[in-house]
Design a protein around this ligand. Sequence first.
Ligand code: F6P
Length: 365
Amino acid sequence: MKKILVGTGGGDCPGLNAVIRGIVKAAKSDGGHYEIWGSIEAFNGILKDEPDLVLLDNAAVGGIHVKGGTIIKTTNRGNPLSFPTQDADGNWTTIDRSEELMGKMKANGFDAVINIGGDGSQKISLSLFEKGMNIVGVPKTIDNDLSATDLTFGFTTAVQIASDCFDKLVTTASSHNRVMIMEVMGRDAGWIALHTAISGGAEICLIPEIPYDLDTVVGIINSRYKKGKGFVNIVIAEGAMPKDGEVVGSTAKDAGDKHIKLGGVGNALRSQIEESGCEAQVRTTILGHIQRGGTPMAFDRILASAMGVKAFDLVKNGQFGEMVALQNNEITSVKIADAVKDYNHVNLDHYLLKTARALGISFGD
Ligand code: F6P
């Protein structure tokens, strides 16, 4: 009997449980030659003195594909190559525990790892693969910012949540003749914002790929007020910025989490609009982690299940160092080294940008 260790790392995302279930069911259908184990909180579980592992059998994964979150927990403070630890003086620092991890894998009889995670997690997969680990990746993120796959599971659910919230803001914007700013996630990519703006019918959509001009934004608001249309609905991506401006965020305070925490650009825009002398009342809603929570939509359950099944195949076929991907409506795989090379920004020639502009949505440029 061979043993596969499964971990979910980085921010959670609707569909993670469907991937886990897909792996377990595929292994069972294949004849049950593999045991699947979950490491609680990414690699943290196996790195513990008393490893925190859970056997993922059919009973453990029954019905979990409809549930949000991850049954094996996640963390963004579990990079084995840069693991947070406290020194003798109580100061936080990081150490490389990758060799220890390799030892623990061997000691616990694991033959391979399936690492389900985003850009950061797949960079960890690549480093561990280069150190000799039998590892495959499954891409995960609501941001859809991984370039090697046409789509990541969780993105469609996040867009649906954002779109539902946007619809609610439109009715209150219209009642009060207000400017409503809705800030969505997406890190340095405007995918969630762009999809939501088209789905909801925003007047303005601000994304990281197109730095906005405040005068243009205020001009649109003022001209709608003059025409008596009153309200304006704006979707802004958390990574958006004004021309000659910077992203709004703060450095993470948690040891071992080096990500800049984006968030607050919606409030910054509100201040900029108000300071411009615009008479309209402006309100901001920051959706935040709502976009990652709850039940995955059917599409994401299906995509995540297919990716889980494919991940098992990659292990079975010995295709280590590869990551599952959706390309041209086929589930395939790519080298992790290639997958982490480029960030998936909204391409300025993308058909949805053209669609949005044709629908009258301004990008503030
Ligand atoms: O990458 C997914 C994401 O939800 C981003 O959209 C957001 O910037 C970030 O994670 C938030 O991370 P955290 O879980 O650390 O708050």
